[in-house]
Design a protein around this ligand. Structure first.
Ligand code: ADP
Ligand code: MG
Length: 585
């Protein structure tokens, strides 16, 4: 039954306007549908939600004579005495959402209570009831919101483009789909659609929101041993370290199935991945924290997305432990493998692939071309007739190095004037590529590889917007992208260094970096990191002697050859004196 809260109770509730933008409307309506026990919720928006928002559910519905009450301030069926505030189990509780929405829009509600024979239709325009009548309807509730903020131009001014508002709605609906896998969600936003199956299987929901591949790479949180009932229990799935992302947007956290945004808990998740992910890469996670209702205050923030815990440290460590334990349980300790000696070496195709990986020109000074390979894949300490080319010495901080061979398919062993160097091939190549992209972008002269077969890419409205707003910067990086109708885009050209990587993935990463904000210079640098990381040769990849020489030459030409763009060392130096000392000479 819907009742009005007494003023004493209502004044205890965080005041404030909950309706800031279309996504806030959708949030409140969807939460009401969930509270009403719906198993199917469908959301439709037009014009970014400003023109129209419609949320339909098959939940409990509202009895005919309570329909208007639902739109009165502090009228709720979910809470009556102040004590209830201590233990809030429903998503809504303030009785504030419907009146707030109705005060800034035109609302039509069609609802039929499960026990009623017919339904009701109510029209409200800017808080005034315009019309109420009986109407045939199937059980459940359909609320349509139109002309949002028509009477509040100030708020309208703060809205982003329809595409961007629409993305917020999509993000929101997909989070709820993750939190409630047993509910079938359906979303139509312009040309974009989303649907979850509502099977109750979290991995199915993950597959619907992200992709089947991602779902397959998710690890289920292992149950903590001796978990007492009191401690917050953490359930859900986290991404294997192989599915890292460029920003935090892929971490979804819920407290008692309420979506929350918490810096502290994000940090707890990220810390658990320490050592599993490269720097500046972020994990994927869908986690629910079940905690006794009295230990959490969801009433701290008008939009209810921030929560306060009675014992924050306890929640923090529960999350960190659960994630860490899952990762260590699923990830075998890497074993030191012996360097494999591959007899055949590279195929011609691989050779070509590798050569396009390299930015070459500025730093190679033609030396790579003149060196012969010995025809084998890996060459422990072979010197392949490589002369110690003093004449090629660049004026950098690095001496000219003579490549000796590859170690663990990961490090290049080289000799310098003062002892020996071990170069991390991935870190070194990242450095080389990064500086090359930076230099090209600064000169607005990227080396572009036109793709014979342009790659297509499905972008969400937010990504499309970022792309449009930053055309020039993308072009400077060498990413040539054009619209291809609908949400599809064509990647026509990529920085030549990226030609063999997956350009679509790289572009999405760059867009993710961009969406983190900041001024163009910083995001362009972060974008350059992404590109460098995508194109850099991996650890574990067999390199020919010629390739190692080319890479070493390029590294010698770098401005900061000693560290990769993320600050890890590219090489270790064992000086002649050090060796002498170690050998007691
Ligand atoms: P709250 O959710 O905080 O109770 P709202 O203003 O969002 O406040 O909703 C007021 C009341 O209207 C709810 O308590 C509920 O009884 C009823 N109601 C709103 N939406 C629905 C729905 N989709 N299905 C059934 N009842 C609803
Ligand atoms: Mg509500």
């Amino acid at each position: 039954m819907i009742e009005k809260l007494t003023p004493e109770v209502s004044s205890m509730i965080a005041a404030g306007e909950v309706i800031e933008r279309p996504a806030s409307v959708v949030k409140e309506l969807v939460e009401n549908s969930i509270d009403a026990g719906a198993t199917e919720i469908s959301v439709e928006i037009q014009g970014g939600g400003v023109e129209l928002i419609r949320v339909a559910d098959n939940g409990a519905g509202i009895p005919f004579d309570e329909v208007e009450l639902a739109f009165e301030r502090f009228a709720t069926s979910k809470l009556s005495v102040a004590d209830d505030l201590e233990s809030i189990a429903t998503l809504g509780f303030r009785g504030e959402a419907l009146p707030s929405i109705a005060s800034v829009s035109q609302v039509t509600m069609v609802t039929r209570h499960a026990d009623a024979e017919s339904g009701a239709r109510l029209e409200i325009f800017e808080s005034q009831v315009r019309d109420k009548e009986r109407e045939g309807a199937s059980p459940g509730t359909i609320i349509t919101v139109q002309q949002l903020f028509r009477n509040v131009p100030a708020r309208r001014k703060f809205l982003r483009s329809p595409g961007s508002e629409s993305t917020r709605v999509q993000t929101l609906v997909t989070r709820y789909a993750l939190a409630y896998p047993e509910i079938r969600f359906h979303l139509t936003a312009g040309r974009s659609r989303f649907a979850s199956l509502g099977t109750g299987d979290l991995l199915e929901a993950v597959a619907a929101v992200y992709s089947r591949d991602v779902a397959q790479a998710m690890l289920e949180i292992s149950r903590l041993e001796d978990a007492e009932d009191e401690t917050p229990s953490v359930t859900g799935v986290v991404g294997a370290p192989t599915v890292d992302r460029a920003n935090r947007n892929y971490i979804s956290l819920f407290v008692n199935r309420r979506w929350v945004q918490s810096r502290a808990l994000n940090v707890a998740v990220e810390q658990a991945y320490h050592g599993f992910l490269k720097e500046r890469r972020f994990p994927m996670a869908v986690l629910n924290i079940s905690i006794p209702f009295e230990d959490v205050d969801v009433n701290a923030h008008p939009a209810k997305t921030e929560v306060r815990f009675r014992r924050q440290d306890q929640v923090f460590s529960a999350v960190q432990h659960a994630v860490r334990q899952t990762l260590t349980a699923h990830t075998p300790v890497p074993e030191m493998r012996r360097a494999q000696v591959t007899a055949g070496g590279f195929s011609d195709a691989q050779r070509r692939a590798v050569s396009t990986f390299w930015p070459v020109q500025p730093f190679s000074r033609g030396s790579a071309a003149s060196v012969q390979t010995n025809g084998e894949g890996v060459h422990a300490l072979s010197d392949a007739g490589l002369p110690f080319e003093e004449s090629l010495s660049p004026k950098s901080a690095l001496p000219v190095l003579r490549v000796l061979g590859q170690v663990q398919n990961t490090y290049i062993a080289a000799e310098g004037p003062d002892g020996m160097f071990l170069i991390d091939q991935h870190a070194a190549h990242e450095r080389v590529v990064f500086e090359k992209i930076q230099a090209d972008a600064a000169a607005s002269a990227p080396e572009v590889q036109i793709l014979m077969e342009p790659a297509t890419l499905d972008l969400n409205p937010r990504q499309q917007e970022l792309l449009q707003d930053n055309q020039a910067s993308f072009a400077a990086l060498g990413l040539l992208v054009e619209p291809f109708g609908g949400d599809l885009f064509l990647i026509r050209g990529v920085p030549s260094i990226l030609a063999e990587a997956d350009p679509a993935n790289a572009l999405v990463d760059v867009l993710d970096e961009l969406s983190e904000g900041g001024d163009p210079e910083t995001w362009q640098q972060r974008a350059a990191y992404s590109i460098a990381c995508h194109s850099a040769i991996r650890a574990g990849k067999v390199m020919t002697h010629q390739e190692m020489v080319a890479l070493t030459r390029q590294l010698e030409g770098c401005n900061q050859p000693h560290s990769c763009p993320h600050g890890r060392p590219t090489m270790i130096h064992l000086s002649a004196t050090h060796l002498e000392r170690e050998f007691g000479r």
